[in-house]
Design a protein around this ligand. Structure first.
Ligand code: AMP
Length: 618
């Protein structure tokens, strides 16, 4: 690889660097790759990222954060808007906003340059070559001065900016929107982070066209609120619990106590994105204070913030002058909150995209734009057909294919499934991709659970599974249990991480193993069905034995023993078992059990009869 171009999301709170090659885009660096946009400069040198963030409280006068809020703006403008907390804003050259750090005065671009240099270092280590070129994202509302200041920051960091891309555009690109589309489309990008909310309305330029600024998408309108984010919800939760906390403490908390309460509020909020209820404990010398939050309370506390977001969205929609929105992309950690997703769905009238991690989607899109600009192949993203079959894991590790390879997109399939065990209250759905018959030979895409089912006998719940691959290749899987109405959903981008070679290899593998795979799948199905048959038959036999003669019971026992023998062999060494003979043994038992089932019905009728004779005499 020579002189790669990386994609950088230079964020207010966190920054990331990503790279895209034939395997798709990925975030570079250790862990999730998030680098806090926090910089400490003192006589000891420069510290950037996680360490600067964690140690900030000990070095308040030499640490800067949120400098993106100042970049390219005048000091007067920043003061009017209310300077970010904890930043000492001073007048820089030409009235520009600068940051006072101890006895130094630094421009935001100088501080951002340190973050960019750190990202370039991380990328160089990860890719094993020096990284000198980047696509950098900025908010859609950044003016020329703010964009130029961002370019200057990169230059100071020794990076050539190949292009500045709007953040919402990058987020849409990460989902494959805006490349090679035939028809015009409108896209809403809903970005709710820790401290800010932005909504942008974009329009896809059809075909392979690019707009004036070289993008595939044009920004029609933006709206937002620079003081609205997840942090505000944390503060609202903390205020709600403050009176109880004070009562428990026997007086007002210290600053440290307040911070503990706020942190517990944030943890509870995040837990509620996947659970219905969250309990956080605050440890004190004399015991624990418990903060118990449920979704209803969270939604009450969030309501005023949701209303402000809705107002911004309505403004953006009316400014953009578009009648409908075709796609919605979610960006920012706070869009994991179910009520926020629901708001986006309601306002724009479409199911939002959630397949990608909302914290990294902008960086992934920047990396894809970088790949386009470096002349790398991009055809992998243009999914006209589903490259590999999509399906789910069924009992015993077999795969039920839902959408077969080479289906044209958009593609859709619906199937009914049920449970294999009595009283099951949760069903795990495992979505896989590949041509082989067994889960272990396919690629796992996602798992999710349909929970809260009322206990029912095996085979009774009716689970409807819907697979939908849309024009951008995003797969949405919906599961609904029809009796209880319980639902669950997951989204994935099946094309990411696959090269054309891998697709070819997986197809060739499936041909090479076709026979043995078919055999294995058939044996698994036989085991699952035989187990159900045996349990029903043994159960009926216990109930109806009195009505049957010994010769018949012996014949039945013979069939059961034979089938159990096949099952034991199939479980021990599936390759050895003769599937036809196994099948015949199961059929023989099924036929022989007809008399038993009739007897079981007679037996049930008799016991109902006995039961209806009126009250038992004393
Ligand atoms: P960002 O600025 O995009 O990194 O978003 C950070 C915000 O997302 C913070 O307010 C977090 O509390 C919030 N956040 C992160 N994960 C979750 C989650 N699982 N549920 C709700 N909010 C979250």
């Amino acid at each position: 690889m020579q002189d790669p171009i990386v994609g950088i999301d230079l964020g207010t709170t966190n920054s990331l660097v990503a790279f895209a090659d034939a395997r798709g885009p990925r975030v570079l660096g250790p862990g999730r790759g998030l680098v806090p946009s926090v910089i400490r400069i003192d006589d000891g040198g420069v510290v950037v990222g996680e360490r600067a963030r964690v140690e900030r409280a000990h070095h308040p006068h030499t640490t800067a954060a949120s400098v993106k809020r100042l970049i390219g703006r005048s000091a007067a403008e920043v003061r009017d808007a209310g300077a970010p907390q904890g930043l000492h804003v001073v007048d820089g050259p030409r009235g520009l906003a600068a940051v006072g750090l101890a006895d130094r005065t630094l421009l935001p671009q100088e501080l951002s340059a340190h973050v960019l240099r750190e990202l370039a270092r991380i990328a160089s280590v990860d890719l094993g070559v020096a990284v000198r070129r980047a696509v950098i994202t900025v908010p859609a509302y950044f003016d020329d001065g703010q964009r130029q200041a961002t370019r200057d920051a990169a230059r100071l960091a020794g990076l050539e900016v190949v292009r500045i891309v709007n953040e919402p555009t990058a987020a849409a690109l990460a989902y494959g929107i805006g490349r090679g589309h035939r028809a015009a489309e409108t896209v809403a990008v809903f970005d709710l982070g820790g401290g800010t909310f932005d909504v942008s309305i974009l329009s896809v330029i059809p075909g392979d066209g690019v707009g004036l600024n070289g993008e595939f998408l044009q920004v029609l309108a933006t709206a937002g609120d620079t003081a609205l984010g997840g942090d505000d919800l944390d503060a609202a939760i903390a205020s709600e619990f403050l009176p109880r906390y004070e009562a428990w403490l026997g007086g007002p908390p210290t600053l440290h106590g307040m911070e503990l309460l706020r942190a517990a509020a944030e943890r509870a909020k995040c837990a509620l994105s996947t659970n219905d209820r969250a309990t956080e404990r605050l440890a004190h010398a004399h015991g624990f204070f418990e903060l118990v939050l449920d979704r209803d309370l969270l939604e009450v506390l969030a309501a005023p913030f949701l209303e402000r977001m809705a107002a911004c969205c309505r403004r953006a929609l009316s400014d953009a002058g578009v009648p409908t929105i075709d796609r919605v992309v979610l960006v920012g950690g706070s869009t994991r909150i179910p009520a926020v997703r629901e708001l986006a769905r309601r306002l724009f009238g479409v199911e939002p995209y959630t397949a990608l991690d909302p914290d990294v989607v902008v960086a992934l899109g920047a990396a894809l734009q970088a790949q386009v600009l470096s002349g790398g192949r991009t055809d992998l993203l243009l999914m006209d057909v589903v490259p590999l079959s999509l399906g789910i894991e069924t009992a015993g590790g077999a795969v039920a294919k839902m959408i077969v390879r080479n289906s044209a997109v958009p593609a859709r399939a619906t199937e009914m499934f049920s449970t294999g065990v009595d009283g099951q209250t949760a069903i795990k759905v495992h979505v896989v991709q590949g041509e082989r018959e067994l889960v272990n030979d396919c690629r796992s895409l996602a798992t999710f659970e349909l929970r809260g089912l009322p206990p029912m006998p095996a085979g009774i719940p009716q689970v409807q599974l819907d697979f939908m691959v849309d024009a951008n290749g995003v797969l949405a899987v919906n599961a609904v249990e029809r009796r209880s109405g319980r639902r669950a959903q997951v989204q994935v981008v099946p094309a990411y991480g696959l090269t054309a070679d891998e697709v070819d290899r997986m197809e060739a593998d499936s041909l090479a193993h076709a026979r043995e795979d078919m055999h294995a799948h058939r044996v698994i199905d036989l085991i699952v069905n035989a187990r159900l048959d045996i349990s029903w038959i043994e159960d009926a036999r216990t109930r109806a034995a009195a009505l049957l003669d010994t010769a018949y019971l012996e014949e039945l026992e013979g069939h059961l023993t034979r089938l159990k023998g096949f099952m034991a062999l199939a479980e021990r060494s599936p390759g050895q078992v003769d599937a036809d003979a196994f099948h015949a043994a199961k059929d023989a038992l099924d036929r022989a059990s007809m008399r038993l089932h009739e007897a079981a019905i007679v037996q049930s009728l008799q016991s109902m009869d006995r039961g209806s004779k009126g009250p038992v005499q004393p």
